[in-house]
Ligand binder design. Structure first.
Ligand code: MLT
Length: 304
């Protein structure tokens, strides 16, 4: 069958290899039957009438005008879970970075000068400021128990953390996957009150915009750590900056640099790397491609 797919981002070649050779695929395909995207923002992009479906190699769909496209009969697919392990691993790294002050400590060590005796003397004098926390016994609050949240909760529990999860809309499948040692909070505010480390794993929709706001940050323990590997808009940035400046929040580790957050010693802002592993890129692309194929060739709709 001769279907055509326009790619709007660089998509894993191994993922694309799931398409038959008869398909025309690439960034310059005109009048494509479908689009394959990763992080391209389609909100102000004109999508031609030839396009029957758009598949996103990723979980979030906030970059795609889903309602508008659905109104036109264009099917939108995503790939939930395809990159969850990659995100989980980076979240665990983020917890350790924050708990052990790894980045400021490395920056301190990088600027040392002199011979080894002078360096050792500076290390002894300076290391006290980087005393960290150990994880066993600390409480991790996980808001959102979907594909990523469940994996983060279970992994943190295995590291000895007490885990408090919250998701009013948890699916039966995710509830089954969740370790029985993870406690479920009765309210979102309970998670803010009890967490030493808080991580958010919810999609960016109207209800979650600014979910981590000044009122909720004020509920948190002194010197708690906050992580956001979901979407920038879930955390109210000015409120976070104020909490960091007042010293009430120990640090903010996120996957989204912004002008407001750059050059702040208590902020680690990565360049949207959560899903950037060879394995996750391949899984997401393969899933996105398979969804499109099944739709174009058989009319089946999954994960739309
Ligand atoms: C996701 O929504 O799963 C990620 O944003 C995917 C990506 O980084 O491309």
């Amino acid at each position: 069958m001769n279907y055509s797919i326009k790619t709007l981002n660089s998509i894993s070649a191994r993922g694309l290899s799931k398409l038959p050779e008869s398909y025309e695929v690439g960034p310059h395909v005109d009048n494509a039957d479908a689009w394959l995207v990763r992080s391209a923002n389609l909100h102000s992009v004109e999508i031609p009438d030839s396009v029957l479906a758009i598949s996103r190699a990723g979980a979030g769909t906030n970059t795609i005008p889903v309602n508008q496209l659905s109104g036109r009969g264009v099917v939108v697919f995503n790939t939930p879970g395809s990159n969850a392990n990659a995100v989980k691993e980076l979240v665990l790294a983020g917890i350790l970075l924050g708990a052990r002050n790894i980045l400021p400590a490395a920056a301190f060590a990088r600027q040392l000068t002199g011979d080894d005796n002078e360096i050792n003397a500076a290390v002894e004098a300076g290391k006290k400021q980087f005393v960290g926390w150990e994880l066993p016994g600390r409480t991790l609050g996980v808001i959102g128990l979907g594909e990523v949240g469940v994996q983060v909760a279970n992994a943190a529990e295995a590291l000895g953390m007490k885990v408090l999860g919250y998701d009013p809309a948890i699916t039966i499948r995710h509830a089954w996957q969740l370790s029985s040692h993870v406690t479920r909070a009765a309210s979102i505010d309970e998670v803010f009150r009890r967490a030493d480390v808080l991580t958010v794993h919810v999609p960016l929709i109207e209800a979650t915009q600014g979910l981590v706001n000044a009122e909720r940050l004020a509920l948190m323990k002194q010197r708690a750590l906050v992580l956001n590997f979901s979407r920038a808009g879930i955390v109210d940035s000015p409120a976070m900056v104020a909490a960091l400046e007042s010293g009430s929040i120990r640090g903010y580790v996120c996957d989204f640099p912004s002008a407001e957050l750059l050059n702040r010693p208590k902020v680690v802002a990565l360049p949207h790397l959560g899903a950037s592993t060879v394995e996750a890129e391949e899984n997401s692309a393969a899933m996105a491609v398979n969804e499109l194929r099944d739709f174009l060739e058989n009319g089946n709709i999954s994960n739309s």
